[in-house]
Design a protein around this ligand. Structure first.
Ligand code: GLU
Length: 450
């Protein structure tokens, strides 16, 4: 339809060189076709034109001094994308690949993901092109403090609530919260993903990975199947991947791979999650070190990856959980998964499948859980953390986990019912995008032209 073409053409002109952002927008707009065609209201209110333009984009300099006294300058970002459903909510990513396109694609996805949770949270995202790899603890602290020296004036428990993402975990949130508190004099829920010692929520750390696996199980249950006994490929070795693997074991499935920025680990008898946790959460070591304990495992260095994709998706398995980063699953990877008999792809990461890969997965009609639905458990549990902070309560692990399961079930039901309503049963991309869009767009209309 014309509006997709026109919107993308306009974005290319007004926001040049942001290919990841165009990719995220294109995917959403394509699936909105059936609802936009029949709604003069959405067109009259210029909902699409307003949706793709962030309400506010903050870009700033982050200067800091390393341990040898050298001065570095990074780029900091916070994109406050859409606040129709609540305060801006979304993580901060510290990674050398971060630029305006990456943060905008993540912020755009976040609007829809947050809407799907059914909770009162708007969409935002931020970060910096800072590489934490190899940096000392004091360097990380100084970077976080410098980052907050600018960002503190824009955030707060009812305005914008950052959390973690790639390169930002409880340690970084701690340093950022400390500096926020010092500058504002306030002790409030301006961040989520906090330490359990001072305002964090039980089960927040586990929530994204656990949530993605719950979502996968709901998809399978819909076909009278379950994860029990399934061999699973997982990519990544961060927070999402680790707790996805943990939950897979709890549901009697077997994760046989994981990966990091230098290579892929394959362990036929099942990944030793306790060891991966120790390597990654403790010493922050490469997965290659895993072989010192398990000599029967295999490690494939990045240099030996296939030229058209990622080694992790080339192993034979029943299910795949991309839990690392964007565009890590290519068209060739998708074809290999399907020809190897894979029946489910469930995304723990944000936009891990390329557009061509998504087309292949949808055409094959396997169970495909798009990230904005399947990985929404993290941000949903962040909202549960906000609720606990605002009411000065602390819920038990079981209470939070039960709510998380219910939220993931609701997201699955909403996406699945919406797909059926629009005559595309099983197409959760379409179902998730339309259901989320309706909630955001209707709120925008009710709030007027702002
Ligand atoms: N970074 C996570 C995401 O992509 C979590 C965001 C949050 O908890 O605010 O959804």
């Amino acid at each position: 339809m014309n509006y997709i073409h026109d919107t993308i053409a306009h974005l290319k002109q007004t926001s040049p060189a942001q290919c990841e952002f165009y990719q995220a927008v294109e995917e959403v707009l394509e699936s909105l076709e059936p609802i936009l065609e029949n709604s003069a209201d959405y067109q009259k209110n210029a909902i699409i034109q307003r949706l793709v333009e962030p309400e506010r984009q903050i870009m700033f300099r982050v200067p800091w001094v390393d341990d040898d006294g050298n001065i570095h300058v990074n780029k900091g970002y916070r994109i406050e994308f859409n606040s129709s459903l609540g305060p801006y909510k979304g993580g901060l990513r510290f990674h050398p690949s971060v630029n305006a396109s990456i943060i905008k694609f993540l912020g755009f996805e976040q609007i829809f993901k947050n809407a799907l949770t059914g909770l009162p949270i708007g969409g935002g995202k931020g970060g910096a092109n800072f590489d934490p790899k190899g940096r000392s603890d004091s360097e990380i602290m100084r970077f976080c403090q410098s980052f907050i020296n600018e960002l503190y004036r824009h955030i707060g428990p009812t305005t914008d609530v950052p959390a973690g993402d790639i390169g930002v975990g409880a340690r970084e949130i701690g340093y950022m919260f400390g500096q926020y508190k010092r500058l504002t004099g306030r002790y409030d829920g301006a961040f989520t993903g906090k330490s359990l010692l001072w305002g964090g929520s039980l089960a927040r750390k586990e929530a994204t990975g656990y949530g993605a696996v719950y979502f996968a199980n709901y998809m399978l249950q819909d076909n009278d199947d379950s994860l029990k006994g399934k061999r699973c490929l997982v990519s990544g070795a961060g927070n999402v991947a680790i707790y996805a693997m943990e939950k897979l074991y709890q549901l009697e499935a077997k994760p046989i791979t994981c990966s990091d920025s230098s290579g892929t680990l394959y362990h036929e008898s099942g990944i030793d999650v306790a060891l991966v946790k120790k390597l990654k959460e403790g010493a922050r070591e490469s997965l290659a070190v895993y072989l010192e304990t398990h000599s029967d495992a295999k490690y494939i260095a990045c240099a030996d990856y296939p030229s058209d994709g990622h080694a992790v998706w080339r192993f034979v398995a029943d299910a795949a959980f991309p839990c690392a980063t964007q565009n890590e699953l290519t068209e060739a990877d998708a074809r290999t998964l399907i020809s190897n008999g894979c029946i489910l792809v469930c995304e723990g990461a944000n936009m891990p499948s390329t557009k061509e890969a998504v087309d292949v997965l949808l055409a094959a009609k396997i169970a495909y859980g798009p990230g904005k639905a399947a990985n929404a458990g993290g941000v949903a549990t962040s909202q549960l953390e906000m609720a606990q902070n605002a009411s000065m309560q602390m819920w038990t692990f079981e209470e939070v986990d039960t709510k998380l399961q219910q939220i993931m079930k609701n997201i699955f039901d909403t996406a699945s019912n919406t797909a059926a309503e629009f005559d595309q049963p099983g197409n959760l991309v379409l179902g998730a995008n339309i259901a989320a869009f309706r909630r955001v767009a209707d709120a925008m209309i009710e709030q007027g032209v702002v």
